[in-house]
Design a binder for this molecule. Sequence first.
Ligand code: C2O
Length: 545
Amino acid sequence: GITRHYTFNVRMTKVTRLCGSKSIPTVNGQFPGPKLVAREGDRLVVKVHNHINYNVSFHWHGLRQLRNGWADGPSYITQCPIQPGKSYTYDFTVAGQRGTLWWHAHFSWLRVHLYGPLLILPSRSEGYPFQSPHKEVPIMFGEWFKADTETVINQALQTGAGPNVSDAYTFNGLPGPTYNCSSKDTYKLKVQPGRTYMLRLINAALNNELFFAIANHTLTVVEADANYVKPFTATTLVISPGQTMNVLLTASTNPASRAFAMAVAPYTNTQGTFDNTTATAVLEYYALTRPTSAGTLPLPALPRYNDTNAVANFTGNFRSLATAQYPARVPRAVDRHVLFTVGLGTDPCPPNRTCQGSNGTKFAASVNNISFVRPRAALLDAHYRRRYAGVLMANFPTTPPHPFNYTGTAPNNTFVAHGTRVVPLAFNTSVELVMQGTAIQGAESHPLHMHGFNFFVLAQGFGNYDPVNDPTKYNLADPVERNTVSVPTAGWVAVRFLADNPGVWLMHCHFDVHLSWGLSMAWMVDDGPLPNQKMLPPPSDLPKC
Ligand code: C2O
């Protein structure tokens, strides 16, 4: 591999959307941020200079960062944030991975503006396990808020709910003609009749799972979270925040029209308010003269916003390729069984505030009823030095503290406990993790993202996980391998992973509002016995808290 150098100058830039302008943090003045392209085996060196008044750090979402948590990026987990006026260089090598990933800020809610594609091409000799597309096109879905960043963040943290709901969804930062003042801000994809295109889809939205469809076109899914899957076709896709998906789109040789609408709209079961708008973009054919105006294109049919069955049907299609070249390395034996409840809960309302949770409480979120508390120093550094006192406790519960009917009536006491607690794991422990959604404060899905690892999704279902019967449904032959999985509304998902990466690795809901409320925990993996199974030493410019 080669070494590729990038520089990220983080600075405020004025951007106009939805009839208004605001100053937002950008990388190099670009929104969305620059596209990083590498090949499997390459080394990336990204020098970040922070010129804004917020702390910042960057995460390379889905990159495993083997033994090299120093480059992973979540603030207070693997590094202290890069303070205003300071710099830090992310230095990492892409090993054993190829596909569509992305990068985003990992401090507070800054990723709402600071994100971009991270594309890992397969080695030249290897190529794709399907016919090479004519062209590859990254499409990032995002959210746009009219309010300024600080207002949005503060609303979420102080009382929950409130106007922390976006005003538009976007395609590569552009909302399109369903919104006011936005016809000129429309993303357009131009295609040649008969050619095949690979869309590299990324859901960078803050708080919403999305449906995506293109009118009159069928899509073939070939990759999920930078892992090849057995190809399957679909007219509507479901993509959760944090997830990526490669799909093949073959342009018709005789299209019924010159242009077609692409659309994204939310999937949610929240009982709170949400952004219930639809964003559109245009798929336009070259070499056809029939004119079309973007505003009048018929929208593709999308499921109703809460169509949980449509989501389950789509999700059930994912299978690993599981070939000799791309085997599914599912751990066979299980060393540790872990059951996590994931969901919402409550905190007492701070004095002199009005809170919007039930009975005047404040919203909170938790894993096994522990709401994650941001430490004062970075966990990875504490682990490397084995100085844990005052930073973390290695006693995160691996079963729920009070078993209850998770998807039935909520228990009387919905208050969460608080702590910076981690699950310690010996090197190469194979973990079977069942994530159980709860119905406290309403059942909704939670896209759980794991840093440092991919996991295999063995099964998922609705209701309470049944430890006797559900394991008989596990797919151990060709389960999909991902880094983000949506725990279904009032349901569960079972995954397995091998703890072969020493370091401290965050796992959290990829809805930023739930992450802020504490739906997060970390795994702390020990070094292995061999020299190449130990954490690398920290870089000399690692930021201090
Ligand atoms: Cu893309 Cu910790 O997240």
